[in-house]
Design a protein around this ligand. Structure first.
Ligand code: G3H
Ligand code: 13P
Ligand code: ZN
Length: 311
């Protein structure tokens, strides 16, 4: 078992017609639930850490927890920085042992995005680390920054070749209608993804791995449990699983999932608290939260990403 980059993972995923799941991690139970699912599904795995996760759990804890999960399960893991906002956070993660970083210049001008991304690529590649860039802006909430759907914009296919050639990125996140968080579409609105943009991007970047952010399905069964046990998430709606499966068969090699994990863990803990008001040992309800993470990740790998048995 080892910390690995995405290079081999993406090559196999591209040609195999599936995607690798990139799951956000914030604490021990989340890491354990995901790593155990990947071990049992024999699936490749990317664990990703946001700036918010680093602030919450502290970088050293996250790094050591991920190392512990590799030692415990015996699997290979790619440790990835999610939405790196600038060169400094990318450098910090590269120096701290990450095998992959994302530099997110999607809110900048095309030229500024290229300049910042290129600088990260030069440093990362010199240290054996791979880099994900982004073109186009997703709607939704990341790290407390809320991008309204009016301010979001689809990726322009005519920009992707120049961006990839000039920056040297190893993968590219694009905006085709996915968005961050649990409220991706308005009630009554039909979920839609711009597969035509994905196709055009894939045509212009042959054999190049594409990334989809904001790809939780906001699984209705968990929204129901949350609402049943005292939560309030009316109108939470995500990307239909069959659309993600379709994208995974195309050039999409990495699919980012966070909200579905949050939702499943919260549903399980709410249910546990309600059914066992006498419990006050955190291990009792956190074990249910961890089990819910295990089940959601196993389901995604098997039925949505198609990456079971591909490790
Ligand atoms: O894209 C955002 C991820 O869901 C991470 O969320 O910044 O709240 O940790 P966070
Ligand atoms: P979701 O909010 O849809 O889970 O997206 C997560 C993500 O894109 C992390 O980078
Ligand atoms: Zn994201």
């Amino acid at each position: 078992m080892a910390l690995v980059t995405t290079t081999e993972m993406f090559k196999k995923a591209y040609h195999g017609g599936y995607a690798v799941g990139a799951f956000n991690v914030n604490n021990m139970e989340i890491i354990q639930g995901i790593a155990e699912a990947a071990r049992d599904q024999k699936a490749p795995l990317i664990l990703q850490v946001s700036a918010g996760a680093r602030k919450y759990a502290k970088p050293a804890y996250l790094r050591h927890l991920v190392e512990a999960s590799m030692e415990d399960t015996g699997i290979d893991i790619c440790l990835h920085l999610d939405h790196g906002a600038d060169f400094d956070i990318c450098k910090d993660c590269i120096d701290g042992g990450f095998s992959s970083v994302m530099i997110d210049g999607s809110s900048k001008s095309f030229e500024d995005n290229i300049a910042m991304t290129k600088r990260v690529v030069e440093y990362a590649h010199a240290h054996g680390v791979v880099v994900e860039g982004e073109l186009g802006t997703l709607a939704g909430i990341e790290d407390d920054v809320n991008v309204s759907s009016e301010d979001s914009s689809y990726t322009k296919p005519e920009e992707v070749e120049e961006f990839v050639t000039r920056t040297g990125v190893d993968s590219l996140a694009i905006a085709i209608g996915t968005s961050h968080g649990a409220f991706k579409f308005k009630e009554g609105q039909k979920p839609q993804l711009r597969f035509d943009i994905l196709e055009e991007v894939a045509k212009r970047l042959p054999e190049f791995p594409i990334v989809l952010h904001g790809s939780s399905s906001v699984m209705p069964e968990y929204v129901k449990i949350v609402n049943e046990f005292g939560g309030r998430m009316p109108g939470a709606i995500g990307i239909p699983e069959e659309m993600l499966r379709e994208a995974a068969k195309m050039a999409v090699c990495k699919i980012n999932i966070d909200s579905d994990l949050r939702l499943a863990m919260t549903a399980a803990i709410r249910k546990h608290m309600f059914e066992h008001p006498e419990h006050f040992d955190p291990r009792q309800y956190l074990a249910d939260g961890r089990q819910a993470i295990y089940e959601v990740v196993s389901h995604k790998m098997k039925y949505v990403l198609g990456c079971s048995e591909k490790a």
